[in-house]
Write a protein that binds this ligand. Structure first.
Ligand SMILES: *[C@@H]1O[C@H](CO)[C@@H](O)[C@H](O)[C@H]1NC(C)=O
Ligand SMILES: *[C@@H]1O[C@H](CO)[C@@H](O)[C@H](O)[C@H]1NC(C)=O
Ligand SMILES: *[C@@H]1O[C@H](CO)[C@@H](O)[C@H](O)[C@H]1NC(C)=O
Ligand SMILES: *[C@@H]1O[C@H](CO)[C@@H](O)[C@H](O)[C@H]1NC(C)=O
Ligand SMILES: *[C@@H]1O[C@H](CO)[C@@H](O)[C@H](O)[C@H]1NC(C)=O
Length: 282
């Protein structure tokens, strides 16, 4: 049995490598599989220069994983009409400049997670009208810029987890109004403050998590939220007069917080009376 499985997997690997095409374009050697998923074939490039990934009609997905890129110049990506997913994780990019991604108006997913990004230009994502998914997690961002998502009307999922964010300022997600459901993820940050107008004109937040020690729900007023996660914070109690704003979401996860027993008893009674769904333990 074991032997059969082993020989099957060998056949599989041969089939995969047989379906790969290797070719050079603009001085870079690409590998392309039968689904038009591209990656680099050699791994010595540190800086992607203007025009280095350009004029490839059938490129649908590009994986630039673990390449040790230290920089990308504006104009790196040009004329890639079918590019939908761009994955640049596990590199050491320190910043994202304007002019790198703006022409990718058909791109739906941009994954920049696991880099060293501490700065992103205000206009870095301008005109990315199809962008639905952006993953900026596991970087070194200390602030969120309210201009980033001003002209990304399709955005649905913003992952900002595991950065060094300490607050969400007023109106930072103010330009995402009426785009339907939005998932914002902030877990693994050292968030002590969420401005009361942080999400002023936003429709729906699905997940929000941080390291708050007090929460009044000010920042939730007027919002419609399916799931709010306050999991893994440092909250001991919520004042009773704030229950209706803090527990505004259909479901709230308050697990992994140092709640006082008195406070939990009060919350449980209130939650029962108001027919809310609250998760107390993970
Ligand atoms: C976006 O896709 C459309 C349809 O496939 C194509 O005609 C257009 O050139 C693409 N736009 C860009 C900027 O690549
Ligand atoms: C966005 O599009 C507008 C209108 O075409 C253009 O003027 C502007 O330079 C673009 N922004 C960026 C950052 O490319
Ligand atoms: C980043 O988020 C996207 C969803 O937008 C997900 O598909 C991807 O796996 C995430 N990247 C990593 C490295 O976890
Ligand atoms: C989080 O912030 C607090 C207060 O500013 C600080 O004392 C603590 O060291 C920070 N923790 C991390 C992991 O950055
Ligand atoms: C959340 O509650 C609102 C109001 O009760 C309801 O209209 C909506 O469908 C609920 N959403 C989910 C995902 O249950």
């Amino acid at each position: 049995m074991h032997r059969i499985l082993r020989s099957l997997s060998v056949i599989y690997i041969l089939a995969v490598s047989a379906s790969k095409t290797i070719f050079e374009k603009n001085g870079i050697t690409f590998e392309k599989d039968k689904n038009d998923v591209y990656s680099l074939s050699t791994h010595e490039i540190r800086v992607l220069q203007s025009g280095s990934v350009s004029d490839i009609e059938d490129m649908r997905m590009l994986y630039l994983l673990d390449e040790d890129f230290t920089d990308m110049e504006p104009g790196t990506f040009q004329n890639l009409p079918n590019l939908k997913m761009l994955i640049i994780t596990t590199n050491t990019l320190p910043k994202i400049k304007t002019g790198i991604f703006n022409s990718l108006t058909n791109l739906t997913l941009l994954d920049l997670s696991f880099n060293h990004i501490s700065y992103i230009d205000s206009n870095a994502f301008d005109n990315m009208t199809s962008l639905e998914n952006i993953n900026l997690s596991n970087n070194q961002l200390t602030s969120v810029d309210s201009h980033w998502f001003e002209s990304t009307p399709s955005i649905k999922y913003v992952h900002l987890g595991y950065n060094q964010l300490t607050e969400i300022p007023a109106n930072v997600f103010g330009n995402l109004k009426s785009q339907g459901d939005l998932t914002l993820i902030f877990n693994g940050n050292n968030m002590t403050k969420i401005h009361k107008d942080a999400f002023k004109v936003l429709g729906t937040i699905s997940v929000l998590s941080n390291q708050l020690d007090t929460v009044t729900g000010d920042f939730l007023k007027g919002l419609e939220i399916d799931i709010l996660s306050l999991r893994d914070n440092n909250i001991k109690c919520v004042k009773k007069e704030h229950f209706d704003t803090v527990f505004l979401a259909n479901a709230t996860d308050i697990s992994e917080n140092p709640w006082t027993p008195e406070c939990l008893t009060e919350i449980k009674a209130w939650v029962k009376e108001h027919n809310k769904l609250v998760k107390y333990e993970s």
